[in-house]
Design a protein around this ligand. Sequence first.
Ligand SMILES: Cc1cc2nc3c(=O)[nH]c(=O)nc-3n(C[C@H](O)[C@H](O)[C@H](O)COP(=O)(O)OP(=O)(O)OC[C@H]3O[C@@H](n4cnc5c(N)ncnc54)[C@H](O)[C@@H]3O)c2cc1C
Length: 384
Amino acid sequence: MDFELTRLQKEVQKKAREFALREFSKETALELDESYTFPHAIWKKACRSGLVGVHFAREYGGQGWGVTENILIVEELCRGDSGIGIALSLADFSSEVVLRFGSPEQKQKVLIPVARGESISAGAYTEPDHGSDITLLFTTATKQGDFFVINGTKTFITNGTCADFFVVLCQTDPDAKPSYRGQCTLLVEKGTKGFTATEIKPKMGIRMTSTAQLSFSDTKVPLSNLIGEEGKGFYQVLEFFDESRIEIAAQALGVSQGAFDRALDYVKNRRQFGKKLIDFQTTQHKLAEMATKIETARLLTYKAAWNYDQKRIDPKLTSMAKMHAGRTAVEVTEEAVELLGGYGYLNEYEVERFYRDAKITEIYEGTREIQKNTIASYLTGKHK
Ligand SMILES: Cc1cc2nc3c(=O)[nH]c(=O)nc-3n(C[C@H](O)[C@H](O)[C@H](O)COP(=O)(O)OP(=O)(O)OC[C@H]3O[C@@H](n4cnc5c(N)ncnc54)[C@H](O)[C@@H]3O)c2cc1C
């Protein structure tokens, strides 16, 4: 057993940490959060610094690194700032579906601009009536000549109003039994006729990331926009979740650590009853519990990433990491607000934003209950 990061991993971690310290500021984060604005300038710099798409092959603009290197970056960026970090880490959301299943032409077209900071990606799976359960979809894609014609609505789509292309999960065969065998993923580009995106807000957190409702009305895309094979879309998305859930766990981990750092800093300076807050044993116990939860989440997340990179895909472990890290983020950020007292409730003291940004890590990419269902299905052998 070896719990050490490799030299490369330590370097990557340091680079991401230094980037966040240099490029993020409290003032910018407050402004972007309040105005629901994507951190465009910082995202461009992050791409130029080689911090986005590092897990893409070199020929497609990446560094050819693994999920582990990628999640170390995500953790550090989210530690630097929950809102900016999450927005940057989701800028390449769902490109992995193209990376894993796309044709060489699709990879060239899609992945290189994403890694260069010239394009933002999105993945559209959820529908108004199908969230946790995407085994049957109302968004249909029908073949007509050289095109698929898409009709339907997707909701809660991250990067919806700013993405340049979307991976859209559609039902191609509504009569397939079981229904999920009749699905496919299609690439849809921004500006395609019959396709519109409408921002959904106000919302609790991750306000620098757009969340949108997508509408498809006789939207035509060429047959060549099919990713992989027809009938395999559902399976592709599940495989994508095996990786993306580890990334969400890393977001949660970074948000937890960032809130902890700020709370620790605060209690070292704030005085009440003639002592510093850190000198109360209650405060020390709170810090000890927060740090223990974070470390447990880190171990699970790193192990899930390491397993993935060893090609030992383990959906049970991935779900454990996401579920535990997400819960940790909510609990640790809440405790951080508590440690700052009334100041913790003000935007200016940052932990307020970390608290709001934490909750989503328990919702998207499968809720806590869905992670438990996955874990239980592997424990009981029902996944087969
Ligand atoms: C800000 C934001 C960004 C998002 N980004 C994206 C995106 O980029 N792409 C995308 O496709 N989707 C995205 N989503 C959607 C997200 O993945 C779904 O909201 C989530 O999967 C839950 O689906 P739902 O909202 O329909 O809730 P429901 O599925 O209706 O669930 C409601 C409640 O019932 C519980 N529940 C459901 N089924 C079961 C069950 N079998 N057993 C026990 N409990 C159950 C759930 O855990 C939950 O507590 C995003 C959502 C948000 C809020």
